[in-house]
Design a protein around this ligand. Structure first.
Ligand code: NAP
Length: 281
């Protein structure tokens, strides 16, 4: 049995759908099944990783775990999950981290992901780490200003990323889980082409059939927008440091990982836009 943590998110949802389509009945976690638009066919555990026994309830009896943690409490959640992986003798772990975890780490966001990788390795489980570039789905953060004022506000507008469709990250995870003995290493997972935020906004404008104004937002403005919604300043600083990292090895260069593991080329940003453009109208 496989436990999926982060099952209702950008990567977890297509992963669960893929597992169910293969005939598996994964055990999945959500805090709020009413909001989660759950994929039918899974065993649902309602819980919060902040709660002390949550990770044990999820991992008791599991052979494998797929793990996404998110947000400022992710590091604490990873420590709890890793401890439960060790306690329950879970044999395989596939964990989504980030290109920011590539050594040597440059910022606190990457350091948190690298520490999570170390915590899972210390459990003795067979571990595979997927280190994705920025997700295409981050584009949804523009929907409010695009629908309201045809404007995209984004810092670091000229720093390229080979943005990846989370569905491809999920499919890479499925291929690793499908083959016993596969993985046991870290994969950097990218999309097929390197695009700056400004170029992605131009693609979005083309998909919408109207012009958009791109504002290369000062990092301080982006920082304020995130702290104003309650994110801890230290977490926001790490996130922005990671987003401003010019090292091309951290997601700017398209890599063959998706093609090598899935047998098909990575999904394009244009295809992602075609599937989601109505959310920007
Ligand atoms: N966005 C990017 O560009 C990017 C790039 C590289 C790596 N990453 C990494 O990818 C991860 C995010 O993946 P994602 O986008 O698939 O996640 P997501 O869409 O933000 O989903 C978060 C998931 O975590 C669950 N969750 C959050 N807090 C929880 C809690 N306290 N207890 C239980 N479950 C909780 C949510 O479940 P419920 O809400 O249903 O409870 C949901 O399933 C992060 O580690 C991030 O650093 C992101």
């Amino acid at each position: 049995m496989i436990t999926v943590i982060g099952a209702t998110g950008n990567v977890g949802r297509p992963l669960v759908a893929g597992l169910v389509a293969r005939g598996a009945r994964p055990r999945i976690l959500t805090r709020d099944p009413g909001r989660a638009r759950l994929v039918p066919g899974a065993e649902t555990v309602i819980g919060d990783l902040d709660a002390p026994r949550c990770a044990d309830a999820l991992l008791a009896g599991a052979d494998a775990a797929f793990v996404v943690t998110a947000g400022p409490d992710a590091a604490a959640h990873d420590r709890k999950i890793a401890a439960a992986v060790a306690r329950h003798g879970v044999r395989r772990v596939v964990k989504v981290t980030s290109v920011a975890a590539l050594p040597p780490v440059h910022d606190s966001y990457g350091a948190a992901h690298a520490a999570a990788e170390d915590a899972y390795l210390a459990t003795g489980a067979h571990c595979t780490f997927l280190r994705p570039a920025a997700f295409m789905s981050n584009t949804l953060q523009w929907s409010w200003s695009v629908t309201g004022s045809s404007t995209v506000f984004q810092p670091f507008g000229d720093l390229p990323q080979a943005v990846v469709d989370p569905a491809d990250v999920a499919e890479v995870a499925l291929r690793v889980l499908d083959a016993p003995g596969a993985g046991g290493c870290a994969y950097t997972v990218t999309g097929p082409e390197s695009l700056t935020p400004r170029q992605r906004a131009q693609r979005l404008a083309a998909a919408l059939g109207r012009s958009l104004t791109f504002v290369d937002a000062p990092p301080e403005q982006a920082r304020r927008a995130m702290t104003d919604v309650g994110l801890p300043p230290a977490y926001v600083d790490g996130l922005l440091a990671s987003q401003s990292d010019p090292d091309p090895a951290r997601g700017a260069l398209p890599l063959p990982t998706v093609r090598d593991l899935t047998g098909h080329p990575p999904r394009t940003f244009t295809a992602w836009l075609a599937a989601h453009v109505d959310l920007f109208r």
